[in-house]
Structure formats: C-alpha cells, structure tokens
Design a protein around this ligand. Structure first.
Ligand SMILES: Nc1ncnc2c1ncn2[C@@H]1O[C@H](COP(=O)(O)OP(=O)(O)O)[C@@H](O)[C@H]1O
Ligand SMILES: [Mg+2]
Length: 252
C-alpha cells in the first residue's frame, strides 16, 4: 500500500440522501484512505448503491459534503468525474456495440481522445480480445462483467467503485476479478467494493465499513473486525451479529 497522504481518497461528511420522506443514507461520515481496498458491506437496501451514486455523480446528496482527493463532487464535478470510475451494479452498455466500440465510446464520454491502443490493451487484460468485435449482447455473463470493469478503467481512475461486481458470478470469474482488484490496488488505485459475499471482503479488504438501513454502524480494519469474533469466527458471523446489534440498539 502507498504511504498515507493527508488528503484521503474519499471523505464523506454527514452525508444524507432522501427520496421523498425516506432517508436512504443517514448522516454518513467516512474516509477512504489513499491506496486501500475498502469494503462497504450491508444487507440489501442498506444504501450502498445510493451512497456510491452520490459520490460518482449519478445522484446528489440531500445534505452533507463529499470530497474526492480533496475536490468537492458537486462544485468540482468536472475534476472528480475524471478521478472516479464506477463498475455499476447493473449491466448498462449498448447491446449493439462491440466491446472494442464500447471502450472507444466510453473514452469519448470521459472527454478523452480515441485511444485504440488503450482499448486494445484493456481487451487483452480482461481476456476479451477474441470477442473484440462481437455484439456485446452476445457475450457471456462473465464477459459482460469483465467489459464493465474495462469500461470503468478507460480513463485511469484513481478511485474505483465496484458495486457488487461478483453478484451472480461463478467462482472462477470471481477469483479473476479478485486478482484484478488486487493488481489495480498494487498499481496505486484506491478501491471501494460493495458486496454481500462476506468472504470477498475477508479476502480483499484492508478496511471494512458496515452500513445498515442507511447508517454506518462501524468502520474498522479487517484484522480488528475479525478479532471481534475472538479470532475464531468468520467475518460472516461477525457481520450478522453487528447488524443484529444495530437493530437492537435502534429498537431501544
Ligand atoms: N430512486 C429511488 N427512489 C426511492 N427509493 C430509492 C431509490 N433508490 C434507492 N431507493 C431506496 O433506498 C434504499 C437503499 O437502496 P440501495 O442504495 O439500492 O441499497 P443497497 O445498494 O445497499 O442494496 C432502498 O430502500 C431503496 O428501495
Ligand atoms: Mg446496491
């Protein structure tokens, strides 16, 4: 991991996101350090995707502030959108474009000149070269996932969000993605990963945050969190306990 810098990769301060009367994100304050893999865990509906949307510019926080490498995501949007990459939870590319075309289009969307060499290199990295010119809709599920990751990387983001990248993905591809995530981290990319596969966080994360019903219950480094179980519990059991305790506290 690179040396900590005074400016974190991400700083959320008292972030609230409401949809009408419903508060999907409740007063979340959180820092993600430069160069770490941060796992954001939480049951379905906890607010993970909503929070990521506020950071990446898909949505707007109702209140609070969000900074990426010290830049405000609303005021300095032109800067932050280029610093951030997002692998969305939902597959979202044009089914009629080929992987190669998708990458070139994405370069344009990110305000870059067409860079065929970069596109080819990403296809190579993600084992998509053989399908370079196929319709994206004809790709297998695993290839679609890999193309999503490749697309998120066209502009060399320094902070990458992976929103449940391995949901419904087979074991082999999951392992490939883990290797890729580690490789990106080793190159200096800061990574925020959401998942509900606890083993994934246990394998990959430097630090872990647990979100429940929009509230950030705890943020700890992996070892500290694992030590909550006296060293012999899996993260999964610790997580279930945390979420349950959170529910009890809320009821009191
Ligand atoms: N556009 C929206 N309008 C109304 N409610 C929403 C919207 N987007 C998300 N929500 C609600 O916000 C909560 C958090 O959703 P989400 O961020 O998708 O959770 P997660 O990603 O942790 O599963 C859920 O209760 C969801 O139904
Ligand atoms: Mg989600």
């Amino acid at each position: 991991m690179s040396a900590p810098t005074p400016t974190p990769a991400l700083r959320c301060t008292n972030v609230v996101k409401r949809f009408g009367d419903f508060e999907a994100v409740k007063d979340v304050s959180l820092e993600v350090r430069h160069g770490e893999i941060f796992a954001l865990l939480g049951p379905n509906g906890a607010g993970k995707t909503t929070l990521i949307g506020c950071i990446t510019g898909l949505g707007r926080a109702t209140s609070g502030s969000i900074e990426v490498f010290g830049f405000d995501v609303q005021k300095d949007f032109r800067i932050t959108r280029r610093l951030v990459g997002l692998v969305p939870q939902e597959i979202n590319f044009d089914p009629f474009l080929s992987p190669y075309q998708s990458l070139l289009v994405q370069q344009g969307l990110m305000g870059r000149k067409p860079d065929p060499a970069r596109a080819e290199a990403l296809l190579e990295t993600f084992s998509l070269s053989d399908h370079r010119d196929a319709y994206s809709r004809h790709l297998s599920g695993g290839m679609k996932r890999r193309l999503l990751v490749a697309k998120a990387l066209v502009h060399h983001p320094k902070l990458l969000f992976l929103d449940e990248p391995t949901a419904g993905v087979d074991v082999e591809l999951r392992k490939e993605l883990w290797d890729e995530v580690r490789r990106l981290r080793d190159e200096g990319t800061t990574i925020v990963l959401t998942t509900h596969y606890l083993e994934e966080a246990e394998m990959l994360a430097d630090r872990i945050g647990v979100l429940r019903k929009g509230e950030l219950l705890v943020v700890e480094d992996r070892e500290t969190m694992l030590a909550r179980g006296g060293g012999d519990k899996r993260l999964e059991d610790i997580f279930v306990q945390l979420v349950r305790d959170g529910a009890k506290e809320a009821a009191e």
